[in-house]
Design a protein around this ligand. Sequence first.
Ligand SMILES: [Zn+2]
Length: 390
Amino acid sequence: MISDERRKEVAFDDSEIERFGKHLMLKDIGVKGQKRIKAAKVVVIGVGALGSPVIQYLAAAGVGTIKAIDFDEVSLENLQSQVLHGTRDVKRPKVASAKDKVKNINKNIVFEAVKEQLDASNIEAEIEGYDLVIDCTDNYKARYLINDACALHGIPLVFGAIYQFEGQVGIFNLDGGPCLRCQYPSPPPAGLIPSCAEGGAISPLPGIIGSIQANEALKLILGIGEHLNGKILHVDSLYLSSRIFKVERDCHCPICGNNPTITNVEDIDYEDLCGLKTTNETPVEGFTPEELAKRIDNGDDITIVDVREPHERAILRFPNAIVIPIGQLVRRQKELDPNKDTIFICKQGKRSELAINTLREAGYTGPLYNLKGGIDAMKDIMFSHEGAWL
Ligand SMILES: [Zn+2]
């Protein structure tokens, strides 16, 4: 991955020799390997749960150039698993917090902090000229965008994902190997499963998965060992089991197959691909959290339907809501009164929208409303009303 010419351009000072002593004494790394690490240019997309271990280990290992991309700011609920950030960083851009941390770990490296929301119009400029991309994002839209851009530019991708107690790591677009779409041609329908951002995960899980991503990245840079090219490692942290399954390159793959149909990321509507766009002709009507709170305070005769998963409801129960999982909605629509305003709620307002569309398709005619932004947007109001509503 790093040519001998690039390696030979790298020099170390005395402090670096001391700093990387534990690498230099390894037969598979040594001075030549450490120079390759210093010459490497890596893009880390997502500076959250997976990005935290990945960035810290790559910086500590001496990767010469790290570009970190994230548009988001640190929030209190991030701190449980995003160990790169601390309490004082809340409300700061994640990339700024990361920059401070990295400076303290190893100030000899170039750390490029990019506060930007990646999309089809800007991703190519951000990854071009880099050796490796590490996907540390938490949603399908970003994953497919990153995969497609890396496949089109021939940049290897170290993929990582976490969900609840389980995680996956894989390497795509390396030496004619498969891409993400060879295994999963398109994302699952939105709403049917919570995204990782909605689904939750046990605190050390991203540390485990992200550390494996960083280790795979270093092995690729060094050209040593056996890596996960064309394979996906699945780790179950609850039962401490793991397995590796093979991913074959699919000759019908829309991006890396023999007759690709995707030749430019700007041709793909990633919002639409991931079902994030409302395609329904009649858009779903919604209440803001304030409007819903007012209806409840007024004692209006309304029905509130909670479509969240049981573990999500356990975190924060919505008062006076009836619970109907999306899969049971059509069968249980008799429980809803078509003469009453019915408001659907979920964590972020996407699955509830899907629930409304599902009911409409099934012929339900009563008035249906969505809680805009979901319970996440209503948390503060709920906490301030809790006593009055119970
Ligand atoms: Zn493919």
